[in-house]
Write a protein that binds this ligand. Structure first.
Ligand code: AHG
Ligand code: MN
Ligand code: MN
Length: 332
């Protein structure tokens, strides 16, 4: 039971009995994410002070500019989690291949693999706008004590054991689920402790915010165009408010608290949309569903998609139940 001033550390221990297996391992894993989040938070907060802004001079495997903080966050999370036996494998949006952490002569008996978008919304760093980290945890499917293989990472989202995000915003929060609802913790920066601030978050069943990069309007499928016009009509509870930050974590976090819908459709230029199934859409979809919302690619539930590649992309529509259901009418 949550109690007053409960810290994330206490919450993890008190709730570990709810997992049916490997409880200690999962607790240690979430603890390590908590620590890495604090390290990255510290770095994000001083981004304006030190010469950490700008490009690192390399591109990630999708050919996008890598910011220095992307590199920093990637290294911070990988370092924190490849220690000891926190996980047996890691796949990151910033790395072409997954990493196997098999230990000396395959002594790593850990059950879990981690997938991560270390810094989400990185184009917002230079202008002091919220960014995030997204993580996703699965039980490996190959035998314990052997090197992990691609199949350990290419699992449908409904097999996630836990997922969550950190938002480095006006305050820093860690929000996660282990399949028993969604809880949010706010960092007290003075003492470096996360406190339970948002117990059992519920996605409002309906909302009045739509979030989409409308600059791409001309390239959207007709159904999405029609839905956007519907959002803007002066009928009943419309027009809705338009809010788009350009950090998936921040856009979903706001909509989950206030009620809303997020759209990142396929376009003529990117036929699978932009967002990555494994590092962004699956973990966010698990959180969204656990809070009572919906997440779809327009044809099927995000969490039911069978992944075929580590860096695959998917169209993404997610939010309040009623709003996603309305959108589906337009998509046909
Ligand atoms: P990342 O910074 O990890 O590459 O992710 C950026 C993503 C996501 O956070 C955001 O919602 C989306 O890109 C914004 O894309 P547009 O600039 O095309 O709207
Ligand atoms: Mn991202
Ligand atoms: Mn990223």
């Amino acid at each position: 039971m949550p109690h007053e001033n409960q810290t994330l550390g206490e919450f993890i221990i008190e709730n570990q009995a709810a997992f049916s297996y490997s409880t200690g391992e999962l607790s240690r894993l979430i603890n390590s994410i908590r620590l890495a989040a604090k390290v990255v938070n510290h770095e994000v907060n001083k981004a304006g002070l030190v010469d950490i802004l700008g490009n690192a001079g390399s591109e990630n495997i999708q050919g996008e500019d890598q910011k220095k903080l992307d590199v920093f966050a990637n290294e911070a999370f990988i370092k924190a989690l490849s220690n000891r036996e926190i996980v047996c494998g890691i796949a990151s949006e910033e790395n072409e291949d997954f990493i196997s952490i098999s230990g000396k002569s395959n002594t790593n008996t850990n059950h879990y693999v981690l997938l991560i978008d270390p810094l989400d919304g990185s184009s917002n760093i230079d202008v002091n706008v919220s960014v995030g980290t997204i993580f996703s945890i699965y039980r490996r499917v190959t035998p314990i004590g052997t090197p992990v293989t691609l199949s350990d990472f290419l699992q449908p989202g409904h097999r996630q054991v836990a997922s969550g995000y950190v938002i480095y915003g006006s305050s820093t929060m860690l929000v996660y689920t282990t399949g028993h609802g969604v809880n949010g913790f706010t960092l007290n920066p003075a003492i470096g402790t996360f406190y339970l601030s948002h117990p059992q978050i519920q996605f409002p069943k309906n909302g009045a915010i739509y979030s989409v990069n409308e600059g791409n309007y001309v390239h959207f499928p007709q159904g999405v165009k029609n839905y956007i016009k519907y959002c803007q009509q002066e009928v009943e509870d419309r027009p809705y408010t338009s809010r788009y930050i350009g950090s998936l974590v921040s856009d979903i976090h706001r909509n989950m608290i206030k009620g809303g819908i997020y759209l990142y459709p396929q376009t003529a230029v990117s036929p699978q949309g932009k967002l990555r199934l494994l590092y962004e859409c699956n973990p966010m979809a698990f959180i969204i569903e656990q809070a009572g919302g919906l997440a779809t690619n327009g044809q099927q539930r995000i969490l039911d998609i069978e992944p075929t590649a580590l860096h695959q992309r998917t169209p993404f529509y997610a939010g309040s139940q009623k709003m996603v259901a309305d959108l589906m009418q337009f998509l046909g």
